[in-house]
Design a protein around this ligand. Structure first.
Ligand code: ATP
Ligand code: MG
Length: 568
């Protein structure tokens, strides 16, 4: 490819609406252009990277026995009505009607589609296991599309579905995919961690997320360096903390004027926040919820939602607090709360004694509260959000918390879809059973974005070789110079013939402009042909990642460049 004809319109300025570095650099490097929020054109350089990421994924899926197919994006509503998800999927599902008025959606995922496909054609245990995948556009009408390709509405996903005879088979498929994902992200040059993930309403322990560590990540991930435990903080378990027991004192109500926050009450009454109970009000499809945690702890809303098996759970507003809970905002507490309110206490709360909490009455709190004696929660469970320094749930060492970008998610579905959709097989004893399924997704565009988040500097992108759009750029300082041009053309031909994907910057532009573009786009190697070195029959080869410059001889340049390339 000659740069004069390469469709990569680079920008000097950082576009104002791009918040994260991958979005900024993809726009500046002329890789993507926005069409509508969360919807992008992938220009040729981006498409080359996306194809390379896809190819790595394809090779690793095939190596585990995956078979690639392609399913439609337009999906009839009937498929989703069979599992009941048409009604519960919510606004992320983009719905449309055809000319006959029939309901369709643009596939946000393909469990229904694949499970009904397999149900038509697979009947015997002899045909199992089977793993099917596609690399294709998904559409999710995300509420907050942002960060460029990181959270789009139309985005490319690889989704694989496994069908097995039993749990043992599913386990094998699951860990094969775990292994394949590890290989994929390693090959893409990413620093990542596989962590335990929330498996939502489906339950079970079978879910891992592959997290690329980067500050721009939207997830919090906790790690233990002692025992290698890793989990999304949404999911991380917490053991109850024991409290020192003392004789129970008599419950008392006290006046706490204008003390709404935990800090204000604590200061006013002279205790530490960890001595008191913090109460938070939510509203859900199960009704009003009062969640109780220790004063210095936070509620993990995902755990709370899973525990209650809610469809939705939102912070309660003043009307819910006043009318449904019979309380006063800022003075929430379990004692005397309305009967309709479901009180959920964190395990640790039940170990506290002679503690404090709101009295559901303006300017009043209770002191000497003893859970169990003074109130009985409807549910006691682990609903606490893990923090940096909290004990690891496995070994007790303090955990660290970092931001992560979820690039992949693997999931044991078991028979959730196959049972509902009647996708059954006949086993060796002639018995009919639902197939045992898993599903496994990778965001292809998000993986590309994550790679840029981890590999960039002030000048631009630094691609890992495996997914770089091209390997080498040749920059003649002056294309008008015959000697430079002749050598540039020769190298361009020979390098491409040798299998190095090479572009030639044949523009009649200042060298500085060409260097800036080369750094911005992030070609791993740059060969500069300039008058000074050429006098000594030499050219410069610069490594984008390290900035190292090697003076190499024009006569031996090919083997020298190949050697440098191998070291990348
Ligand atoms: P998130 O929590 O980020 O919304 P998810 O749990 O909805 O992700 P899955 O349904 O498991 O994601 O999808 C599989 C993969 O697809 C994710 O791991 C991610 O890499 C990618 N992905 C999901 N949503 C988007 C999106 N809006 N834009 C780009 N990639 C996405
Ligand atoms: Mg999502």
């Amino acid at each position: 490819m000659r740069v004069s004809h390469l469709y990569a319109p680079t920008l000097r300025e950082t576009p104002a609406d791009a918040e994260v570095v991958s979005h900024q650099l993809m726009l500046r490097a002329g890789m993507i252009r926005k069409v509508a929020p969360g919807i992008y054109n992938y220009l040729p350089l981006a498409w080359r990277v996306l194809r390379k990421v896809s190819q790595i994924i394809r090779e690793e899926m095939d190596a585990k026995g995956g078979q690639e197919l392609m399913m439609p994006i337009a999906q009839p509503a009937e498929l989703w009505q069979e599992t009941g998800r048409w009604d519960v999927y919510g606004d992320e599902m983009f719905r449309l009607k055809d000319r006959h008025g029939r309901d369709f959606c643009l596939g946000p995922t393909h469990e229904e589609m694949i499970t009904t496909l397999v149900r038509q054609d697979v009947r015997s245990y002899r045909q199992l296991p089977i793993m099917l995948y596609q690399i294709q556009d998904k559409f999710r009408d995300e509420i907050r599309p942002r960060f460029g390709l990181m959270r789009g509405r139309e985005f490319i996903m690889k989704d694989l579905y496994s069908f097995d005879r039993d749990d043992e088979g599913l386990n094998k498929s699951y860990w094969d995919m775990h292994d394949a994902y590890s290989r994929i992200f390693t090959r893409c040059g990413l620093t990542y961690r596989a962590v335990e993930a929330d498996s939502g309403a489906i339950g079970g322990s079978g879910s891992h997320e592959f997290m690329v560590l980067a500050n721009s990540g939207e997830d919090d991930v906790c790690f233990c360096d002692e025992c290698n435990y890793g989990a999304n903080t949404e999911r991380a378990e917490m053991h109850p903390i024991e409290a020192t027991k003392e004789p129970m004192k008599e419950l008392e109500i006290v006046n706490t004027p204008n003390c709404k926050t935990m800090e204000e009450v604590a200061e006013f009454l002279g205790f530490k926040p960890e001595h008191a109970i913090k109460a938070l009000a939510f509203y859900s499809d199960k009704g009003p919820i009062l969640a109780l945690v220790r004063g210095d702890h936070e509620v993990n809303e995902i755990k709370l939602k899973n525990k209650l098996d809610c469809l939705f759970l939102n912070m309660a507003d003043a009307t819910v607090i006043n009318d449904l809970m019979g309380s006063a905002g800022g003075y929430l507490g379990p004692i005397g709360i309305s009967k309709e309110t479901i009180v959920v206490a964190d395990n640790t709360v039940m170990n506290m004694c002679n503690t404090e909490c709101g009295a559901n009455k303006l300017d009043h709190h209770y002191i000497n509260v003893n859970p169990g004696r003074d109130f009985k929660p409807n549910i006691v469970a682990d609903i606490r959000l893990i923090r940096k320094g909290d004990p690891c749930p496995r070994c007790g060492a303090p955990v660290d918390i970092k931001r992560g970008i979820e690039v992949g998610h693997i999931f044991k579905l078991q028979t959730k879809y196959s049972a509902k959709l009647n996708t059954i097989f006949v086993d060796e004893n002639g018995e009919e059973k639902p197939m045992v399924m898993g599903c496994y997704g990778i965001g292809v565009g998000r993986t590309m974005a994550a790679s840029i988040e981890q590999n960039n500097d002030k000048d631009g992108i630094i691609w890992p070789v495996a997914i770089a759009p091209y390997h080498v750029i040749i920059v003649p300082v002056s294309i008008a110079d015959e000697a430079q041009r002749t050598i540039a053309e020769k190298m361009y031909k020979e390098l491409n013939a040798a299998g190095l994907e090479t572009v030639l910057d044949d523009r009649d532009d200042r060298a500085g402009v060409k260097f800036k573009d080369a750094d911005l786009i992030g070609y791993p190697l740059r060969i500069t042909i300039g008058p000074k070195a050429l006098k000594e029959n030499k050219v410069e080869c610069r490594v984008r990642k390290t900035g190292e410059v090697h003076l190499i001889d024009v006569d031996t340049y090919l083997s020298d460049v190949q050697a440098l390339f191998k070291q990348l």
